[in-house]
Design a binder for this molecule. Structure first.
Ligand code: HSE
Length: 402
């Protein structure tokens, strides 16, 4: 029998307890031994819960119990999640986690500690909720060189953008509605400002390159400024607007990592990823494009990924055991000003000649409500900024095209 301790009895923690309990027999049959929840650590008591007797408030009880060999950390936030994970790994207990903040900030160190102590640090639930993405990237994509990743990595913002794209509602209204339905946190900043997606693309980038970039240092733009007008332009041009986490390996082997809302064309598989769903498109030298799709958030999908990691440990699969990440140095990271893509600009005004005089050969163009929106050819961030500065008209919005 394998004894696990759950850290945190919130949404994901209670989902993990539910799966391990309801599917106890199925799990036993599939992995050959019983998985037992010995403790659940939380600050609160749960007098009405069937798991009431398992609740403890002192992490040391778990740490000092030699019967506990796996700790599932689902507390969220960096602290004390990091300290508890580190102590558990140093004590030779494997840690599985759904905590993307902790993985993005401390994954390199925690993986090293796990390797040194003959145990494992696993984080399938940290990206894409219930979508198997970490394990496929580690296992199935091991023989290939991943050259780019584009991901809709945040369910909350994808829900908001999907509702906005239907028309007639602005960002603030949809956000309030999403909060009412429990799809968005009361403090939605990490989601709507893009930091949650930044942490997730940083983790995927580390899996692709072995190098972990600081999530707080990458270019990160959220969805708060997107207007109904932008949505109309996207529809007119045949695009949808999605918050995209993007990794690219540049020609000189550097890492480009960024999060921003983008125009996604109808022939891109991410175009149809709607509502709280996530989609991750991985480009590689041998497989071309591989698409991962599913529920990126939510109690049972995320808890299912936590349980999958626990069962991986029970089964003794050891591919991720060999994982090592190096913290990025300045020379590992590409200069974003050289990043090139096509763009959509909207300017205040109706003088198309002025736009053409500055931007040259432009693609689709629409003049509406006293504004001009148009698609550019490929240009770098630096060139785009220079052209905008040169244009004698007020910029309303700018988007990169995926
Ligand atoms: N707030 C996150 C999201 C939860 O909306 O995707 C899952 O990481």
């Amino acid at each position: 029998m394998l004894n696990v301790a759950l850290l945190g009895f919130g949404v994901v923690g209670s989902g993990t307890a539910e799966i391990l309990t309801e599917n106890r027999e199925l799990i036993k049959k599939r992995v050959g031994q019983e998985v037992n929840i010995k403790y659940i650590l939380d600050l609160r008591d749960f007098p009405d819960s069937p798991f009431e007797k398992l609740i403890v408030h002192d992490f040391n009880i778990i740490l000092n119990d030699p019967d506990v060999s796996v700790v599932a950390e689902m507390m969220g936030g960096s602290h004390p999640a990091y300290e508890f994970s580190k102590a558990a790994l140093e004590a030779g207990k494997s840690v599985v986690t759904s905590n993307k903040e902790c993985v993005a900030k401390f994954g390199d160190e925690l993986l090293k500690i796990a390797a040194k102590n003959g145990c494992r640090y696993m984080f399938e639930a940290s990206v894409g909720g219930g979508i198997p993405i970490i394990r496929p990237m580690m296992n199935d994509l091991t023989p290939v060189n991943v050259t780019a990743i584009s991901g809709i990595l945040n369910g909350t913002t994808n829900y908001i953008l999907t509702k906005m794209s239907a028309g007639g509602v602005d960002f603030a209204t949809v956000l309030a509605n999403a909060q009412e339905k429990g799809y968005a946190e009361r403090n939605p900043s990490a989601d709507v400002d893009g930091l949650d997606a930044a942490r997730k693309i940083v983790i995927l980038t580390a899996l692709a390159t072995g190098i972990i970039v600081d999530a707080d240092s990458i270019y990160c733009e959220g969805i708060t400024k997107i207007t109904e007008y932008d949505m109309d332009v996207a529809e007119t041009f045949g695009y949808s607007i999605k918050l995209i986490g993007r990794f690219e390996k540049t020609k000189d082997g550097k890492i480009l990592c960024m999060v921003s809302p983008r125009f996604v064309s109808a022939n891109n598989p991410l175009y149809t990823v709607n509502d709280v769903f996530n989609g991750i498109l991985v480009s590689s030298d041998m497989l071309d494009e591989t698409m991962f799709y599913g529920r990126g958030a939510g109690k049972l999908p995320t808890a299912g990924a936590v349980v999958a990691d626990i069962l991986d440990i029970v089964s003794g699969l050891d591919s991720i055991k060999k994982l090592e990440w190096k913290r990025a140095d300045a020379e590992d990271v590409a200069d974003i000003s050289e990043y090139s893509c096509r763009r959509v600009f909207t300017f205040e005004g109706t003088d198309v000649n002025k736009i053409e005089a500055v931007f040259g050969n432009i693609g689709q163009l629409v003049v509406n409500e006293g504004k001009i929106s148009f698609v550019t050819s490929f240009m770098t961030e630096k060139d785009a900024d220079e052209l905008v500065a040169k244009c004698d008209m007020d910029l309303v919005s700018k988007f990169r095209i995926l």
